[in-house]
Design a protein around this ligand. Structure first.
Ligand code: CS2
Length: 489
């Protein structure tokens, strides 16, 4: 759903170099709101989405965001140097418009745990939002913290020591997102600051319940008292989030300065379309996000499944099949009639597993229009990252549904086949499961394909579910097809 835009005046004469840097002193209308939201995972998507919505919904400036980075402190340093103001450039096929956003009031290195703990211990902090990527939750296929991940196990040890000894809390340095969250929640429990809402905003299904289960499982291993408090006091909200936001490039700075007349070292370019659907309770209050077009629903599943399977699933298909045909961006790939036909085939198949009352024909038309927007340079390489986690969330349910119905699931199997091909190229996409992929790649022929399919989901090899050797053979056949059909010059 498109929310109204809060545009700033533009001055096309200014260039990025000569223009004054964004600051709250320079621009009137951006008072620093008190922190009431903590965000984990400060990146372009958070800034183009949740922070953008918060500004639009909160003209009274009552809801400030303290945003913590993930691995590198760089985004916090750059944003802090301009009082946390930044430009959102909305790029449509027709042109650009710019909005300066000021709802982030503090940008912090994710390793600044003393500040995180201080904020979560305050009653005024009402919400924690997260964008840590699908694989950043470090879950196994059952949705529990992945015990084979050394960072998870290290955090269990750190948190166990910290939670049992009062004084050590401020000294603890967990490194995973959920480890940091559990530490922050323990600080809140000790301070008696009361209930809070956690809102995962990544492309995961039933994120509230998933993250609740994972946080409780982690807390259980650390300290049952912490777990009991979380179970009682913390609300986990599910979200479907949507706004195509490519990784920023240096050219974005020039575009932003031309629009606002201010220089901005960290602008973000995004599409005009945006959507946010939420389901769950906010026991300590929330911004009136509905003013900005956010929808609150009792049943999120149809919305999130439509988005994850149709938009994100097609993205993954293009991300692996597109480069095999010489394409670098979504717009290029979807402009190739072969790729487009594969997307349509995959969508036809997926539709059978989605509720009928979702106006899927209109949704699909709108998606093609968004993908066709060549002014948004959405790189396939960016989407291709973390294929194992993404395919599990985006593709597997449709594929298993097709197999259960006695059909071959060619549309979704092609995505698996394209991924299997893509991980065998020199330019292999990055993945948290890189070691397991490397191990699989050492195997010969069909054993290799089988191991890679198993990594996506072992159920695909289960004959009682319609999987097994015939499915693996089909993956190989579809993969060979993908590389046989070369792009026309
Ligand atoms: C993309 C998403 O990188 C990816 O995996 O599919 O980031 C996609 O652009 C967003 O979910 C759109 O809302």
């Amino acid at each position: 759903m498109r929310a109204p835009s809060a545009e700033r005046p533009v001055d096309a004469d200014h260039g990025a170099e000569t223009a004054p840097r964004l600051s709250r002193a320079l621009l009137p209308g951006f008072p620093t709101a008190p922190v009431r939201i903590v965000h984990l995972g400060l990146g372009a998507f958070h800034r183009a989405h949740q922070a953008w919505y918060t500004q639009l919904a909160d003209p009274e400036h009552e809801w400030g965001i303290a945003a913590f980075t993930g691995r590198s402190p760089q985004a916090a340093t750059e944003l802090s140097a301009q009082d946390c103001l930044y430009t959102v450039v909305e790029r449509s096929a027709a042109g650009d418009t710019a909005t300066v956003v000021g709802s982030i009031v503090e940008a912090r290195d994710g390793a600044d745990l003393p500040r995180l703990l201080d904020l979560l211990a305050l009653e005024s902090t009402a919400i924690v939002t997260l964008t840590v990527t699908e694989s950043g939750y470090r879950l196994d296929t059952d949705g529990r913290p992945d015990a084979s991940d050394p960072a998870v196990e290290q955090d269990v040890a750190i948190l166990s020591a910290a939670c049992r000894a009062e004084e050590a809390l401020a000294e603890a340095r967990p490194t995973t997102a959920l480890g940091r969250l559990v530490l922050g929640l323990e600080a809140r429990r000790r301070s008696g600051a009361g209930p809070i809402a956690i809102v995962p905003c990544d492309n995961i299904a039933d994120g509230g319940a998933l993250v609740r289960g994972a946080v409780l499982a982690l807390a259980e291993r650390v300290d049952p008292a912490t777990a009991a408090w979380i179970a009682e006091q913390v609300s986990f909200v599910s979200a479907s989030v949507d706004r195509i936001t490519p990784r920023p490039t240096p050219a974005d700075e020039v575009a932003a300065a031309a629009l606002t007349g201010c220089s901005d070292a960290v602008p973000v370019v995004t599409e005009p379309f945006t959507d946010w659907v939420l389901s769950g309770d906010f026991p300590a209050g929330r911004p009136a996000w509905e003013r900005a077009g956010v929808r609150f629903v009792d049943d999120l599943e149809p919305f999130e499944q439509r988005k994850l399977r149709l938009l994100n699933g097609a993205h993954s298909l293009l991300a692996y099949a597109g480069p095999l045909r010489g394409h670098a961006t979504v717009a290029e790939a979807v402009g190739d009639s072969a790729c487009r036909a594969w997307v349509e085939e995959y969508w036809d198949e997926t539709e059978r597993h989605l509720p009928e009352d979702l106006d899927l024909a209109a949704y699909r038309r709108a998606l093609l229009e968004r993908f066709d927007n060549a002014r948004i340079e959405h790189r396939l390489q960016q989407i291709a990252l973390e294929g194992v986690t993404k395919l599990r969330v985006r593709i597997v349910s449709t594929l298993l549904g097709e197999l259960a119905a006695g059909r071959p699931g060619t549309g979704s199997l092609r995505v698996v086949a394209a991924w299997v091909r893509a991980v065998q190229t020199d330019d292999r996409p990055g993945d948290a499961a890189a070691d397991a992929i490397t191990e699989a790649l050492r195997l010969p022929g069909t054993e290799r394909t089988t191991a890679l399919v198993r990594l996506i989901d072992p159920r695909l090899l289960d004959p009682s579910r319609g999987g097994g050797p015939a499915l693996v053979a089909e993956v190989e056949r579809l993969g060979a097809d993908l590389v046989r059909i070369r792009p026309r010059p």
